[in-house]
Ligand binder design. Structure first.
Ligand SMILES: NC(=O)c1ccc[n+]([C@@H]2O[C@H](COP(=O)([O-])OP(=O)(O)OC[C@H]3O[C@@H](n4cnc5c(N)ncnc54)[C@H](OP(=O)(O)O)[C@@H]3O)[C@@H](O)[C@H]2O)c1
Length: 289
């Protein structure tokens, strides 16, 4: 499995399996298939309400001897209700308890609202305590990323943001590297456009698909790898899971990558400055769907 090195020296598998909008029953059914096919990187979150199921699948796979904990890279995310310093340490412990794991490989602040500046210290303490290997952010625009840098002893290892050929995040990447003085990897959410078929039909993508014999989705994932974006496409289809892993063998030419980078830019989702209601509602994560 291809990996990238994060700015804290830890490796992250370039390709993983995302479980956003999967019920616990779907995780129980589909995550074992992903592990069986060779996925070793899982992306979940407190707010996905499926961490208990993710932990059960992982612990079953370890108990069966199919994988070791060290083979796996597990990411989860805290929502703003958990950021206040006094709460953050407790909610990291509760997260590990739900997952049934001693540590996670990567823990992110999921949304750029609330007391993220105060909470960052608790994230750093969790690293020191061995509960978390790497820490990072999600959906942070550059100004709020800078607020974290201003207090950080540990620079965020990643920023997980919307990224795909129609929103390539070149500007944010350059801004983060300039501000942090080191590379900050982009992890791409909506890497395939969240099921938007018109993205797959972009002429630069279908042209590369014709030349390589890969599918348009595979071309997009190969572009992500060439752009050094970490991706974890979501799929319930075993065939798509296998197709997405096989992308590690698809190589695009510099001209194909340049053509994809000419696609007009437009995000699906604009991150508002002020918190939308869904980020401030206090949720009970013990209730797993
Ligand atoms: N941090 C955040 O705020 C945030 C937000 C959104 C997502 N995420 C993370 O990013 C992950 C991926 O995002 P996402 O699930 O929203 O979008 P996505 O991966 O871009 O899109 C998922 C869609 O792509 C289809 N698909 C997957 N593989 C395919 C293939 N080889 N060929 C054709 N279609 C394929 C799936 O359909 P089939 O089931 O039919 O394959 C599904 O409809 C999430 O699971 C989550 O881990 C994070």
């Amino acid at each position: 499995m291809q990996s990238f090195t994060m700015n804290d020296g830890h490796q992250i598998p370039a390709l993983g399996y995302g479980v956003f909008q999967m019920t616990s029953a779907e995780v129980t059914e589909h995550l074992p298939q992903a592990l069986e096919l060779g996925y070793r990187h899982i992306d979940t979150a407190n707010a996905y309400f499926n961490e208990v199921a993710v932990g059960e699948v992982v612990r079953d796979a370890i108990a069966a001897g199919a994988v070791t904990r060290e083979d796996l890279f597990i990411t989860t995310k805290l929502f703003p209700q958990s950021y206040p310093y006094a709460q953050c340490g407790k909610d990291i412990d509760a997260t590990l308890e739900r997952l049934g794991l001693d540590y996670v490989d990567l823990l992110l602040f999921h949304q750029p609202y609330g007391e993220y500046v105060a909470g960052w210290k608790a994230m750093e303490e969790a690293v020191a305590a061995g509960k978390v290997r790497s820490i990072g952010l999600s959906n942070f625009p550059i100004a709020k990323f800078q607020e974290i840098l201003d207090v950080a002893e540990i620079i965020p290892a990643v920023n997980q943001v919307e990224a795909h050929p129609r929103w390539n995040q070149h500007e944010l990447k350059a801004e983060m590297e300039q501000a942090a003085g080191t590379e900050v990897l982009v992890e791409a959410w909506y890497p395939l456009g969240h099921g938007d078929k018109t993205l797959l039909d972009e002429p630069a993508i279908t042209a590369a698909a014709r030349r390589t014999g890969a599918t348009p989705a595979q071309v997009i994932l190969a572009w992500h790898l060439a752009e050094k974006n970490v991706t974890f496409p979501k799929t319930l289809s075993r065939a798509h899971m296998a197709d997405n892993l096989a992308v590690l063998d698809v190589e695009l030419t510099p001209d194909e990558i340049a053509a994809i980078n000419q696609i007009p830019q437009q995000p699906y989702y604009v991150i508002p400055d002020e918190p939308p209601a869904f980020t401030t509602t206090v949720m009970d994560y013990s209730q797993q769907a």
